[in-house]
Design a protein. Structure first.
Length: 146
């Protein structure tokens, strides 16, 4: 998908349609992914793609699920990877994404803590003919001449 998140409004409330919104029934998902509906059921049983369920237990696929189905098919057909291997690849990719998110959260927390503990300060330093910002002079220091 291109990352855009279209919004649709119904009635007085707002409903946001995203890549993760389960909207496609199995027959439409099969057409969009180029797979047979029975293949989608098998992938669901194996845990490769887990669509949401309606109250009546019908499967509802999101745009993200459709993309994942296409990826599974490409890995299987084009790369010759078996379904167990594909499942492991998906698990590892999800784990990497979660770890990257966690690293970003921790980096933000560290930056916030560092800013709190070390606020910017401007300590005056006596220099040649005036006061300089903290850190001193940028050039070599020489003593008084004469």
């Amino acid at each position: 998908m291109d990352g855009r998140r279209p919004q649709t409004r119904f009635g007085s409330g707002a409903y946001q349609l995203t890549d993760e919104t389960p909207v496609y029934v199995i027959s439409v998902a099969a057409q969009l992914s180029g797979l047979h509906p029975q293949t989608l059921r098998q992938y669901d049983r194996l845990g490769l793609v887990s669509p949401d369920r309606t109250a009546g237990r019908g499967r509802r696929y999101s745009a993200r699920d459709i993309e994942l189905l296409r990826t599974v098919q490409a890995l299987s057909q084009d790369e010759g990877i078996n379904l167990a291997g594909i499942k492991r690849i998906i698990e590892l990719e999800n784990q990497v994404a979660a770890l990257q998110q966690r690293v970003a959260e921790l980096a933000s927390a560290v930056d916030g803590a560092a800013a709190t503990l070390n606020p910017p300060h401007h300590r005056a330093v006596e220099g040649d003919g005036g006061l300089l910002p903290a850190g001193g002079m940028s050039g070599p220091v020489s003593g008084p001449t004469g």
